[in-house]
Design a protein around this ligand. Structure first.
Ligand code: AMP
Length: 296
């Protein structure tokens, strides 16, 4: 595995590949890797000739009051894991490399960026879109791999790729969970033992919603109320949002239908966690094109 730290080196390595017939896949991450990240890498490995990954804790997607300074950094172990998965290129720039003094261009996916996590984390999706746009220009992959875990992020990036005519297919991979159902997240490391139990409320609320939906409940109000009830039984968890939306627009829907996204965000102590389920898991985005596909 080649590790490249500068934009120029990474571009040169990626351009050398794109001059060949080889298809490239790209997995952007912020490191502190777990089995969720590795599932993206494995899917990329299966689908592409060459796999590139990046590890960059992107400062511009963190608000000043957020956890940028304490975000877990485990670069050595991450490199070992990626190497073991057969990753070919790893890009690990520092902040000054990605945002040299004077950098002032941002990518703002209007409207979508203010919904779901964007409503509670102002500026977050602008930071995400900006860094992913830069990474796409540097790497120029044929396919890029993202987790359904960050479903709103997928919606924002998908809109960006369309609006800016980017030649990359976004592949969305299913959420990888612990055996007890907690969605894997780099931020789970922040949880104490009691909080780790409280965090299960997110998954429990989604299971309850899935059950009701399978039984025929279609009222979004009732599904949301059922999820709220699960959280009411876990008072240590503080709900940020519980919502049912169209995955493409992130706009709330009144009547639930297969393909809609039921998403929750909650604070467990000082840690904000997110999770979601696509109702009925149809395998494809409800109102999206073929390029955004849930890999089963
Ligand atoms: P992050 O390092 O948190 O920015 O995540 C990098 C990529 O891994 C994103 O596309 C995430 O959606 C994805 N990811 C994070 N957690 C999971 C998970 N539990 N299952 C699947 N993908 C995940």
């Amino acid at each position: 595995m080649q590790i490249l730290k500068t934009v120029a080196e990474m571009k040169a390595a990626c351009r050398a590949i794109s001059r060949t017939e080889k298809k490239s896949g790209f997995v952007p991450t912020m490191g502190a890797l777990h089995a969720g990240h590795i599932s993206l890498v494995r899917t990329a490995r299966q689908q592409c000739d060459v796999v590139a990954a990046s590890i960059f804790v992107n400062p511009v997607q963190f608000a000043p009051n957020e956890d940028l300074a304490k975000y877990p950094r485990t670069l050595q172990e991450d490199c070992r894991m990626l190497e073991a998965e057969g990753v070919d290129l790893l890009f690990t720039p520092d902040a000054a490399e990605m945002y040299p003094t004077g950098a002032s261009t941002v990518v703002n996916v209007a409207a979508l960026s203010g919904r779901l996590d964007g409503a509670s984390r102002p500026g977050h999706f602008q930071g995400v879109a900006t860094v992913v746009a830069k990474l796409f220009h540097i790497v120029a992959p044929d396919k890029a791999y993202f987790g359904q875990k960050d479903a709103a992020q997928v919606a924002v990036l998908r809109q960006m790729v369309r609006d800016l005519d980017m030649d990359v297919a976004l592949i969305v991979c299913p959420i990888v969970r612990e055996t007890d159902g907690l969605a894997l997240s780099s931020r789970n490391r922040y949880l104490g033992a009691a909080e780790r139990q409280q965090a299960l409320a997110l998954q429990r609320s989604l299971q309850q919603v899935e059950r009701l939906f399978a039984q025929g409940e279609r009222s979004s109000k009732k599904l949301i109320a059922a999820a709220q009830q699960v959280f009411a039984a876990e008072p240590a968890a503080r709900v940020d949002y519980i919502t049912l939306v169209d995955w493409a627009t992130l706009l709330q829907v009144e009547i639930a239908a297969p393909g809609h996204l039921f998403a929750v965000a909650a604070w467990i102590g000082a840690t904000r966690l997110i999770d979601n389920v696509i109702l009925s898991r149809p395998g494809f985005l409800a109102s999206g094109g073929d390029e955004v596909k849930v890999v089963e």
